[in-house]
Design a binder for this molecule. Structure first.
Ligand code: DAH
Length: 339
């Protein structure tokens, strides 16, 4: 390597860089000449040691000048080609695939809770809350459940060591609301409940209910309850849905009823969902038993009704789901159907 070689390399490099027309070409030339690993300038630096001692300082200077000149030329070429490229192109590359965020969907159980809450809120009910861990008093005693009622049994209820339990029904919130508020009380309460049920297509050890309670100091009748539930049925399932009431027994209401809705899928003709009967059992309800008022310290001149419904059951009926376990399997292919 001689001084002349260095000069020649510089001339070649500068002319090549000057005629490069794209960023890619400039980049190739940068790597070729001043690339840190295999660049030509780097290789020439290494060869300095073979040059006669007298010429070394001059050659070193020339090499430094070569590197500086090439670096500068590359910078200039880069901004030149960059400018001309971006001027002729849109800043967006429309051929690139977009950033797609998969939207989430509301779980069918939450959808039912939101819908029922919306309907009863429009009637003046407020949404109340209560804890999953409850006292025996709130879950059984105050609700007038007999001391030896089978639902208190260890085989039916999850008891905690301290005598409390996982609530078996949201009716506990009726008691909580009456203990903490004077009438009028008009609430609904969606929440989780727990029972020692063997899990199958229609039972879970953990499920949701929505409770309703209206208590006032002026008369509230069974007719008020029926009209409220009929309105709810039409809002929930569609305007042509009919409601049927059957006598039943609940310890905390007297009289007690169960309410069936006419099947919204077959309109009463009989199908898989209504088991050919044309009717679907939806909820329990009744006029609040005076013994409950006594248990919460209310004046017995109170009037009111209560009702309670299973959320999973409504979601299954609405969507024609036949196995409750699907609601808890967290399979997005299943859940995303219910938008
Ligand atoms: N708690 C009852 C159950 O779990 C449902 C129920 C029935 C609630 C009648 C009520 C009611 O408020 O009045 O089966």
């Amino acid at each position: 390597m001689t001084l002349a070689d260095i000069k020649k390399t510089q001339e070649e490099a500068l002319s090549q860089i000057a005629s490069a027309s794209t960023q890619a070409e400039v980049e190739q030339l940068r790597i070729k000449y001043i690339g840190a690993k295999n660049g030509l300038v780097q290789a020439m630096m290494k060869n300095l040691k073979d040059i006669p001692a007298a010429e070394k300082p001059e050659a070193g200077k020339a090499l430094n000048a070569l590197r500086a000149a090439v670096t500068e030329a590359i910078e200039t070429a880069k901004s030149k080609t960059g400018e001309s490229n971006s001027a002729s192109r849109s800043p967006f590359d429309f051929s690139l695939p977009g950033n797609w965020t998969v939207p989430g969907t509301v779980h069918p159980i939450s959808q039912v809770i939101e819908e029922v809450s919306r309907i009863f809120s429009s009637l003046g009910f407020t949404v109340a809350d209560g804890p999953d861990i409850e006292t025996e008093f709130n879950n059984f005693d105050a609700l007038n459940t007999a001391k030896h009622h089978p639902s208190r049994d260890e085989r039916d209820t999850f008891w905690l060591d301290d005598g409390r339990l996982l609530r078996t029904q949201t009716s506990t919130v009726q008691i909580r609301e009456m203990l903490s508020h004077k009438p009028p009380v008009r609430i609904i309460n969606p929440g989780r409940c727990y029972r020692r049920d063997t899990i199958d297509a229609t039972h879970g050890a953990n499920f949701h209910q929505i409770e309703g309670l209206y208590v006032d100091t002026k008369p509230v009748s069974l007719a008020d309850l029926k009209s409220t539930l009929a309105y709810f049925a039409r809002e929930m399932m569609g305007p042509s849905v009919k409601v049927r009431f059957r006598p039943h027994f609940f310890p905390f209401t007297e009289p007690s009823v169960e309410a069936d809705f006419s099947c919204h899928l077959c309109h009463g003709k009989g199908c898989r969902v209504c088991k050919q009967s044309g009717w679907i059992e939806i909820l329990g309800a009744g006029i609040v038993d005076t013994r409950v008022y006594k248990n919460v310290g209310y004046d017995e001149d109170c009037y009111g009704y209560a009702f309670g419904m299973g959320v999973e059951r409504i979601a299954m009926i609405k969507h024609g789901i036949t196995d409750l376990r699907l609601l808890y399997a967290n399979d997005l292919r299943f859940l995303q159907q219910f938008v």
